[in-house]
Design a protein around this ligand. Structure first.
Ligand code: AP5
Length: 217
């Protein structure tokens, strides 16, 4: 079978980025993440798109969705170059889900579920390497040396949108816009719900079992 085409869904902080890195390593697919793509282009000029703000930055720092037109173009371009992928951070509303249907097929749809209280703890305690992007957590996943990435020695920083106010807004935006998309996908035969509240290794075991079962079918 050709390289799998995997969609990973879940609220902010559910572990999509953490587990997508495992999937990309294990199955040799591209990790396509709208969050990272937008963070690398926060100050891109989008003023010609008739949007409320002239760059993605203001939307992201508040925890609001960046306009569909910007995000759809990023995903379309990335998917056209991928031979197998794990797609993380998209679609986040019904219009994006319709766009995705026109762009590609999906072999496996994973949905990570985690309680709101746990998500707030994870996001406000997350630290990210500013060189290689590896995730850490001040309590659940500490580096060997405080503030320094184990993998590359880069500085660990807090994302601009991981403060309490932005986190609360991101979770509200998820409930309103993205949860209906997940409900829609839950009728598909390739949809698998994963208990994302387990320790990372337990979540990874369940994800591997789900992908292997779907890909063998
Ligand atoms: P994005 O970067 O996609 O952020 P998000 O969806 O809010 O997701 P996160 O990256 O915060 O969480 P995650 O699920 O990847 O969790 P992680 O593995 O890091 O988007 C950012 C912004 O970009 C959006 O707000 C929006 O403005 C814009 N945007 C992006 N896509 C868009 C789109 N399609 N349309 C419009 N706008 C868009 O884990 C979190 C923490 O928990 C880490 O510290 C980790 O170490 C820890 N952790 C992970 N798993 C576990 C575990 N099992 N147990 C304990 N701790 C764990």
């Amino acid at each position: 079978m050709s390289a799998p085409q995997i969609l990973i869904l879940g609220p902010p902080g559910a572990g999509k980025g953490t587990q997508s890195a495992n999937i990309a390593d294990e199955y040799g697919v591209d990790h396509i993440t709208t969050g990272d793509a937008l963070r690398s282009n926060k100050d891109m000029d989008i003023s010609d798109m008739d949007t409320e703000y002239d760059t993605p930055r203001a939307y992201m720092e508040a925890g609001d969705l960046v306009p569909d037109e910007v995000v759809n173009a990023i995903v379309d371009e990335a998917l056209s170059q991928a031979d197998g992928f794990v797609l993380d951070g998209y679609p986040r509303n019904s219009d994006q889900a319709e766009e995705l249907e026109d762009m590609t097929d999906l072999d496996v749809i994973l949905s990570l579920s985690v309680s709101r209280e746990e998500l707030i703890d994870r996001l406000t305690g997350r630290r990210v390497c500013d060189e290689c992007g590896t995730n850490y957590h001040v309590e659940f996943d500490q580096p060997e040396e405080e503030g320094v990435c184990d993998d590359c020695g880069g500085d660990l920083i807090q994302r601009d949108d991981d403060n309490r106010d932005s986190v609360e807004n991101r979770l509200d935006v998820f409930e309103e816009n993205t949860q209906p998309v997940i409900d829609h996908y839950s009728d598909e035969s390739s949809f698998v719900e994963i208990d994302g509240e387990q320790a990372p290794d337990g979540v990874w075991d369940d994800i591997q079992s789900a992908i292997d079962a779907e890909v063998e079918n």
